[in-house]
Design a protein around this ligand. Structure first.
Ligand code: 9MR
Ligand code: 9MR
Ligand code: ZN
Length: 512
């Protein structure tokens, strides 16, 4: 396809842009399901050479009448797409169901069809280098592998809660699970990963990645890797944050999380940085970091919001004043974005600084967006679709804060990219759209031969970091460095913390 559109369609009042290849001038027509031309637009001959293509961007936002349409330019046509009041309801539900499919330590029931399976990974786990045995069942499998890691778990939880905070109504329709119950599944597991002294173990997994088997068939010993200050900081932050969300639902549970967060903080206060590296013999996901300052700061902010104590407020204020505020990344490793976003809830000057931080970040990003509407052109990292969803969250907040439409449009463009307006023409959410991603690096999908729906692919990555990418993508420009091949974990794995920011972005944009 040489005319890329959002394959799930658009709401009537949304910005509607398409990216066209190979038709750089003349006219673009919009045709309805009967083939009649309903709109004719000039294609602005803005030849943009990007990723080895000359492309033109067409804005057909004038199309507001519900219906099913196609775009045409010369010989080229787009996939049919709807303009409708609720084009994303089903997709959001399935993006949330993804977390249910990723459940560990409990049954995934018959409603999951071929992907149903009995409880997995429910044997006792051994603390690395000791004879100590712990019960740490539960939580979600991180990604295409079956590890369970605290650092990315904290990001996933935070995003899902933000999505809920921004637009709880978006989560009223459910399919396999509902948002707060599902997040609790992860939180209950995280609580088990805390040591008696307050420190938090970095992860639990088998020593090595297993083959492409179902989770209940991975029967190697479970190993709990050592504690880290990054995991402990992220744990304190996400627990303190979550405790506010569950206070009305289940006060006892909320209190348990608050106490756990406080104990993690108390331990951190006296702990030198302990940055994680896989111990000898363990080779599953590392989630290493160069600094734990941002994790500690995020914890201070959340504890200040939850408990209000002077010591947390002081730590948060000092940390925010000293922080590098040139960017607000919502990473798994760089948590400054959560500091900025959550810090907006603090009173007085700190709150103002954080609001400015978010708006400045959005403004700088806006200056960089390319023809496809995204901020990255030269280099796309492993999991670029996470960065794109994250950027959408920041654009959305900047719009909320300033009321400036340009930020709202930029947020929508991030969504359009993920759902089809990208140079490979895929809808990056599995089983959705006219050209869906269908072969992710995801063990249950490979083992059953059937793709789990609602998985957001990591997306284009310029580094060529697996055999399939090396074999099939050598020399490909960054934005096209994607292959829908299950072997390609660096371009086509799936992850809980890639789905989570997309859930938040989509829910935010669905706000009535
Ligand atoms: O399946 C693993 C995936 O989750 C990781 O992101 C990736 C990189 O660490 O590794 C995958 O596992 C592969 C391993 O690294 C090498 N042997 C083949 C494994 C499956 O492709
Ligand atoms: O998402 C992670 C990405 O940012 C890193 O570049 C990459 C290599 O370290 O690891 C990714 O995380 C993988 C994790 O290590 C194991 N589970 C699957 C994750 C996604 O591929
Ligand atoms: Zn499991």
């Amino acid at each position: 396809m040489n005319i890329q559109i959002n394959q799930l369609g658009y709401t009537p009042d949304m910005t509607k842009t398409a990216v066209l290849r190979g038709c750089l001038g003349g006219e673009m027509t919009v045709r309805n399901a009967a083939g009649e031309t309903v709109l004719t637009l000039p294609v602005t001959p803005n030849r943009v050479n990007i990723w080895e293509d000359d492309v033109a961007v067409a804005d057909f936002s004038a199309l507001t009448q519900p219906g099913v349409y196609t775009l045409h330019c010369g010989e080229e046509a787009s996939y049919p797409f709807p303009v409708a009041e609720h084009p994303y309801d089903q997709c959001l539900m399935t993006l949330v169901d993804m977390f249910y499919y990723q459940r560990c330590g409990g049954e995934v029931d018959h409603r999951a069809g071929v992907h149903a399976h009995p409880a997995c990974h429910n044997t006792l786990a051994r603390v690395y280098g000791t004879e100590e045995i712990m019960e740490v069942s539960g939580g979600w499998h991180d990604a295409g592998d079956y590890g369970r890691y605290i650092v990315p778990a904290a990001k996933a939880v935070a995003d899902l809660l933000l999505g809920w905070q921004w637009n709880p109504k978006a989560f009223e329709k459910t399919n396999l699970t509902n948002l707060l119950d599902e997040v609790r599944w992860e939180l209950e597991w995280m609580l088990k990963m805390q040591r008696a002294d307050g420190a938090v173990y970095h992860k639990v997994s088998c020593a090595k990645f297993c083959g492409m088997i179902m989770p209940e068939d991975e029967k190697e010993e479970l190993v709990i890797s050592p504690v880290s200050t990054t995991a402990t900081g992220d744990f304190a932050a996400s627990m303190a944050m979550a405790s506010r969300f569950y206070a009305k639902v289940d006060a006892a549970f909320a209190d348990r999380m608050k106490q756990a967060a406080v104990r993690a903080w108390d331990w951190l206060e006296h702990a030198e940085p302990m940055l994680f590296r896989n111990p000898e013999g363990v080779s599953t996901g590392g989630y290493g970091d160069r600094s734990d300052e941002d994790e500690r700061l995020w914890a201070a902010v959340e504890l200040a919001l939850t408990c209000g104590d002077e010591k947390y407020l002081t730590a948060a204020a000092k940390g925010i004043a000293a922080a590098d505020r040139t960017h607000a990344p919502l990473g798994w490793g760089d948590m400054r974005g959560y500091v900025a976003v959550e810090g907006m809830g603090l009173d007085g000057e700190i709150g103002d600084i954080c609001r400015q931080w978010v708006v400045d970040d959005a403004s700088r990003m806006l200056d960089r967006i390319n023809a496809y509407g995204i901020t990255m052109t030269e280099r796309l990292p492993w999991g670029s679709n996470m960065n794109i969803s994250n950027d959408g969250m920041i654009f959305y907040l900047a719009w909320k804060l300033t009321g400036e439409k340009k930020f709202r449009l930029a947020a929508e463009k991030q969504l359009h990219y993920l759902l089809g307006v990208n140079p490979v023409g895929y809808c990056y959410v599995s089983c959705y759209g006219s050209q869906p991603m269908l072969h992710p690096h995801h063990r249950p999908s490979v083992a059953t031969g059937v793709c789990v729906p609602g998985l957001l692919s990591g997306g284009a990555a310029s580094g060529m970091m697996d055999i399939a990418a090396k074999e099939l993508l050598q020399g490909t420009p960054a934005g096209k460095a994607f292959v829908d091949d299950y072997r390609s974990y660096s371009t086509n794995e799936i992850c809980v913390y890639w789905n989570s920011p997309m859930v938040a972005l989509l829910a935010a944009l669905m706000e009535a």
